[in-house]
Every structure is written in C-alpha cells, then in structure tokens.
Design a protein around this ligand. Structure first.
Ligand code: ATP
Ligand code: MG
Length: 395
C-alpha cells in the first residue's frame, strides 16, 4: 500500500483502539482500486468531532458543524468526518441539518455514486454495499439509489457525474443519464462557482469530449453560463486538444478559441472566474491571435514573457492540432541578453542627460528601440555601446 494509506491506516487504527468505528471512504478507495494516484484520504468514523479532537495531538476544526475535523498525522492532513446522513434538503442546496448516524452503511448511502460509496478497513478490506467495484470494472457512473431522487436532493451531483465521466473516461448509466435529462433545469439552484469548479475539473479530465457530449445530451449545458448558443460547438470541439494543456488558464483559452467566443472577457466573467484568471486567459488568447502562425523570435519571447509564451504556444499548438514546441521557447529565453527593460544598461535618466529635451513619451519610445537592438543581438547591453549607438541615431 502506498505511504498515504499506511499513514491513514494509523489514524483509523488509533480511532479503533479507542473504541470507535473508522474507515477510509470515498474517492481514495475508488482511486486506489483504479490504481490512480491518491493525494488525499478521507476517513469516516463513529467518533464525534469533539472526540476526534480529544484523541489526536494535532487537529484543525475545519467543519465541525458538518462533522469534519482535520487530523494532522506524519505531515499529512486527513479529514475525519462523523458518520452522517443528509436527508432534509432545503431548496436543493444544503442539508437543513446534518444528523450524525451510527452506521457506516447509512453514511455510504448518502454518497453520490456507487464508485464513491465504498469503504476500506484498516487492513485493506473493501466494503461495497452498492456494487461500486463492478461499476469500476464496467466503467460506469451510477447513482446510489434512485437517480431522480438523488439529483433532486442535490443537483450539483449531475455536474459531478459528467466530471467523473471525463476524469475516469466512464459512461453514465442509462437510468442515471435519463434522470439527469429530466432534472437538468434544477442546476439553476446551484451557485455558479460550484458549477465552474466542476467544469474546470471536466476540462482537465482524460475524456472531456465525452463529457461535453453528455452535457449536450442531458441538456445540462443550457444551465451553464453562456453555453446555450454553443450546442454544436460542444458536440464537435476537438477535445483531444485539452489533453496536453497544463494549466486551467490554458484550458479556458483553448475552449473560448475553439468555440470562437467573441466577447471573451464578458463571457468568462459569467463563470465568476477570479479577475486575475480572466486577465491571464485574455492574455493567452490575445497572444495566440496576434501570433497566428509566426515562429517564435527572441523579440516575441521577450515581449510576451517566457511563461506566457510557453502557455500560449501550448494553446496555439492545440488549436492547430500539432505538438507544442515549448523547448524552442526555453532555448530562446536562455539566450536572451536581458529579460526586462530594467536590465538595460541605460535608463530614462541617462537619456535626459544626453539629450536636451523635456521628459515625454519619447523616452519610452527610445528605450524600446534600444531594447529591440539588444534583444536582436545587434547591440551590446553596455552603457558606452548604447550611448554611441544613440548618438549616431541622433545625427
Ligand atoms: P476528488 O477529490 O478527486 O475530486 P472525490 O471523490 O474525493 O474526488 P470529493 O468532492 O472530494 O470527491 O468528495 C469526497 C466524497 O464525498 C465523494 O467520494 C463522495 O462519496 C462524497 N460526496 C461529495 N460530494 C457529494 C455530493 N454532492 N453528494 C453526495 N456525496 C458526495
Ligand atoms: Mg476528494
């Protein structure tokens, strides 16, 4: 077992030695059975948050009202959540009250999909009351219990279904998909931020094309920001283009360019993305647009900045269905004599001293000329050389 499971088993063991029930649950069980990398392990226990806090040296009370305490153990965080059930939902959003229950089975029953509703004991034994293991083998997303009821309780689960389908390259079981189609409009009760989080995970998955088609088939796309006009685009998008992309901003940029969305900034803001992210995406799409098919030159890399250039190259390559040549950009960057204007051997004050002219935009203009020469390798970045060149230009 991977290290993280050994550490988690110690936390489970400690709970059990103190008379509580405890199991590893949810995504960690699913991903370990799939042989996927596991980064966090959740634990479900009969111990209440207070009892968990008393038992462990280092705890963080992150969500005590939901029954969750983080236990720090061997430098890792484990979320320990008291067995619970979520029965009474108010307006589709949040459980009106979290009631703690005494059994693991009830806890598993409230979970969304069969593949997420398995538990693992300290010794690695799997508890699987809803056939999650079979669904993993058959690559199926299926709700625990009646799909229509589960989506009524929490419509976000519909987005989660599509997101997991993309991450795992699973299909959505027929009854589950048909319930989604009927309940799609309930997605309006879910906050944009939560839909956005799922959409971003979906774009980052291994089968985004399948997920986009599921969004269309189910009609969910109509309840996602700004997607209604792009039904055809969603069906036909070249989703393989997402696979080599590294960052969230690159995926959004690829998406808006693939869909030929014109009012990019406004459109992105409808997803309530952070302003910084919107700026980053806009910068990428601008660079891709102005770049066209041009090859990277030292001047282009310098002006764009290495990180943006590399990201833009990835997006452009995806749009042109070719492999990104990021190595070329790094190569150019390694050979740049300077990386920013501040590194020039002259500054505005030098120029003012050499010329008998009042300050104005000419200074910046002049510095840019020098930059171009230095970056182009035609001029050495030494004060004397630059001064000599400037005086020659002047005459
Ligand atoms: P990942 O963290 O890799 O995205 P995960 O399965 O761990 O996947 P989380 O959102 O972290 O997903 O949720 C942890 C577990 O909690 C899930 O595996 C599932 O059992 C349960 N769960 C999460 N969200 C819901 C929900 N909306 N309805 C029912 N159960 C849920
Ligand atoms: Mg998780």
């Amino acid at each position: 077992m991977a290290d993280i499971f050994r550490d988690a088993a110690e936390v489970v063991g400690q709970l059990k030695q103190n008379g509580y029930e405890a199991f590893i649950v949810g995504g960690a069980v699913r991903d370990s059975l799939l042989g996927r990398r596991v980064d966090d392990v959740d634990i479900a226990s009969s111990a209440t948050p207070q009892q968990v806090v008393q038992l462990f040296r280092k705890t963080i009370p992150v969500g005590v009202e939901h029954g969750t305490v983080v236990v720090r153990h061997r430098g890792r965080s484990f979320e320990v959540t008291t067995f619970r059930t979520e029965s009474d939902y108010i307006d589709h959003r949040r459980p009106s009250a979290v009631s703690f229950v005494s059994s693991l089975h009830e806890d598993l029953q409230r979970r969304d999909f069969t593949i997420n509703a398995m538990a693992m004991t300290e010794s690695g034994e799997i508890i699987d009351p809803y056939g999650g293991r079979d669904d993993l083998t058959n690559k199926v997303i299926r709700t625990v219990g009646k799909a229509s009821e589960r989506f009524k309780e929490d419509p976000l689960r519909m987005m989660r279904a599509v997101r997991f389908a993309s991450q795992l390259d699973f299909r959505i079981e027929a009854e589950t998909l048909s319930a989604m189609t009927r309940a799609a409009a309930d997605l309006t009760h879910i906050s944009v931020e939560r839909k956005t989080a799922e959409f971003e995970k979906l774009m980052a998955g291994t089968a985004p094309g399948r997920a986009f088609r599921q969004l269309v088939t189910s009609g969910l796309f109509r309840y996602l920001p700004g997607l209604t006009p792009y039904q055809q685009g969603l069906v036909h998008i070249d989703a393989d283009g997402f696979l080599p992309l590294h960052k969230n901003a690159e995926r959004w940029a690829y998406f808006v360019r693939s869909m030929a969305i014109s009012d990019e900034t406004d459109w992105l803001k409808r997803w309530k993305l952070a302003n910084r992210l919107v700026q980053e995406i806009k910068r990428l799409t601008d660079v891709v647009r102005t770049l066209g098919h041009q090859a990277w030159t030292p001047w282009l890399v310098y002006q764009t900045g290495v990180d943006t250039a590399v990201s833009a190259e990835r997006v452009r390559a995806a749009l042109h269905e070719r492999t990104a040549d990021t190595e070329r950009i790094y190569e150019i960057a390694r050979q740049l004599p300077i990386h920013e204007r501040k590194q020039l051997a002259v500054d505005g004050r030098d120029l003012l001293g050499w010329w008998d002219r009042p300050p104005g935009p000419w200074i910046s203009h002049c510095l840019e000329q020098i930059e171009r020469e230095v970056i182009g390798g035609r001029l050495e970045n030494r004060k004397e050389a630059l001064k000599g060149w400037l005086l020659k230009q002047k005459s």
